[in-house]
Write a protein that binds this ligand. Sequence first.
Ligand code: SF4
Ligand code: SF4
Length: 298
Amino acid sequence: MICLEVWINNFFIKEVGLTKWEITFDGITYECINCGYCCSCKDWRIYLSYFDALKLKEYAEYIEKTGDINELGFTKRLKINKRGCVFLNKDKLCNIQIEKGYDFKPTMCKLFPFSFMVKWNGDLLLIIKHYCNGIKKGKCDDKIIKHAIECCEELYLDELDKIRLIGMESSAKTRLNKDTLITWEEREELGRYIFDSSNLDELSEKCWELLKLNISKETIHMHNNIHKLNLKSEIFIKNEKEIIRYLGELNKREHFRKLNFKKEICYLINIGKELSKYPNVFRGEGIIDSKILNYNIR
Ligand code: SF4
Ligand code: SF4
């Protein structure tokens, strides 16, 4: 299989066969601090690949069938108890890792805090979950990224092509606003241009220039409520760079691509407004990320 790795426009692209991976989280680092949060199985479960189940056959009593075949093709998962995963011990460490070593851990555990989404053209977007407590610690070098991509490929195997086909856009064009059609490439460029801003003034100017969107005056309908954007008066200026970076990351992840681009920008700015309420911006990102990833789009 041909494997090609390159950096294009500051985006790390890994090409395996016909699959391209794009990294969505510039400037974010990660190191596990063994807090055990991801093992608490609060809003998720640990599903096992075919090979995970083989490796863990001597732990059969801690594994259960999912009942129906899970939408991603998984038929087995780890059992849980009050603490979360049955393998999480009192010291918040993984008993599989202690007894057997890192390689024996389920691929889904090795993949966390990374995951992926499908880009409009079927390429894959590697994302990082900001609610991991190790975010903004350590580093996030090529080795870590490669490991995450390998885990995704191992976990989803043949399903990856199916997931890509389901997740990509069938329409050749998207909407800039309710009246104007643009290509997906143009939309992507516009998003990069807006969130490449180094401060809020620059971002506001670009929103006006491209979309005639005055972010201190517009209103937006979200969840049956009307919100006034007015980002500038409310944002916690000291965090503006971090907030813009996070909004740019959400834009790259294409959470809101079903909306027209102007509406997407309104939504993102409203998220920025929400984020500005948290003095610790990374904590805020974690809370927002958890809501977006666990409830809204999956
Ligand atoms: S939540 Fe993050 S830091 Fe905590 S144990 Fe999981 S991977 Fe490590
Ligand atoms: S198997 Fe280990 S790493 Fe995975 S959720 Fe359970 S305790 Fe955590």
